[in-house]
Design a protein around this ligand. Structure first.
Ligand SMILES: O=C(O)CCC(=O)C(=O)O
Ligand SMILES: [Fe+2]
Length: 340
């Protein structure tokens, strides 16, 4: 991005979130009502280069090493218990071409909730070596930091919407579900499949989609390729806006669940990643709600908006919603899996 060009997304200065809370909250809601995306600047605990170093270390390992920490669909080990979290390998035929490592909020094995849902599953961590001695510790710390930031942002969103700051607290208190996803989009060696071509004919690394959770905090490091669909009724639906790399910023966006609960006032914007013929690494953090949170609640706005996302009336808890979305998404990994 040139220093004089106008940034393509609104910039939220998180360093002012304590001192100027209401003003920042209003700016945030304004951004999320219009484009559904914003840059979040000055998040002290976000250290992109430390994260990138660890992701590069992980993805440079041999396939067999990575598959040792994979979900059972990817390591073919009959003793493997992981169905939900861990490594997943790229699918050259799929609508996205990416490998990744998922982990998130875990509960102790003896927690009664663990008997009810696998969505708090423990991940298997990789063996560390001298090149990256604190992979697990660092990533878990990053996950915990992003949880704190996203909960604070959700409180600011409530404030900016004119609600009590605590309006969403019951959804996110105790152990809300979350996913930290370390992603690598490899360079393709084979032909580009039809499934990974965008609505305007562009070659894609990640399919056109909306996120499903409450909100996403994405680290793109300095890799270009992210695009969002323009939110302007005068512009043809196929018009895509490139999100410029912004050093040290997190890219934030709203998921379907929060869009639904805010009556469509906050936008869950479609986005995608272009395949630019080079390897890309990114790290989205998806903040969810508690597994049993009632996602049919609508806090503001048009109550019928939820029907756009959730056509199944039995899908009222966050866990049921997540399960349905995971199965529906391109990851065939989840298709035959009972998670709840
Ligand atoms: O890789 C990126 O920058 C975007 C990833 C993304 O949108 C997702 O995983 O939901
Ligand atoms: Fe996404």
């Amino acid at each position: 991005m040139g220093s004089t060009s106008k940034p393509c997304l609104p910039i939220i200065d998180y360093s002012k979130a304590k001192t100027d809370r209401l003003a920042v909250a209003r700016e945030l809601v304004d951004a999320l009502e219009h484009g559904g995306f914003a840059y979040i600047d000055n998040v002290d605990c976000f250290e992109p280069w430390e994260l990138l170093k660890r992701a590069e270390w992980f993805f440079s390992k041999p396939d067999a090493w990575k598959r040792k920490v994979a979900t059972k669909n990817y390591n073919h080990d009959p003793n493997c218990k992981n169905v939900y979290r861990g490594y997943f390998a790229p699918n050259p035929e799929g609508n996205s071409y990416k490998e990744g490592f998922d982990f998130g909020a875990e509960l102790p094995y003896d927690d009664p909730i663990m008997k009810r849902t696998l969505l708090y599953e423990h991940v298997t961590w990789p063996d560390e070596d001298d090149d990256c001695p604190n992979f697990r510790e660092y990533l878990q710390k990053h996950h915990d930091n992003m949880t704190v930031v996203s909960k604070d942002i959700l409180r600011m969103i409530a404030l900016g919407l004119g609600l009590e700051e605590s309006a969403f607290d019951s959804m996110i208190e105790n152990k809300p579900m979350s996913t930290m996803r370390m992603l690598c989009y490899p360079v393709r060696t084979g032909p580009h499949p039809e499934a990974a071509v965008g609505s305007d004919g562009k070659k894609l690394h990640c399919d056109e989609h909306t996120d499903s959770a409450l909100l996403t905090l994405l680290a793109t490091f300095n890799f270009p390729g992210l695009q969002i669909q323009k939110d302007d009724e005068n512009i043809a639906m196929t018009e895509w806006l490139t999100v410029d790399c912004r050093l040290n910023s997190l890219v934030m966006n709203i998921g379907e669940c929060l869009s639904r609960m805010t009556g469509g006032i906050l936008k869950a914007t479609r986005h995608r990643v272009l395949d630019l013929g080079v390897q890309r690494i990114s790290m989205p953090f998806f903040q969810g709600a508690r597994y049993d949170a009632d996602i049919s609640q609508v806090f503001v706005g048009d109550k019928s908006h939820g029907d756009k996302w959730i056509t199944d009336p039995t899908c009222t808890t966050y866990a049921l919603w997540s399960l349905k979305r995971y199965k529906a998404k391109s990851n065939t990994e989840y298709a035959n899996t009972e998670l709840y």
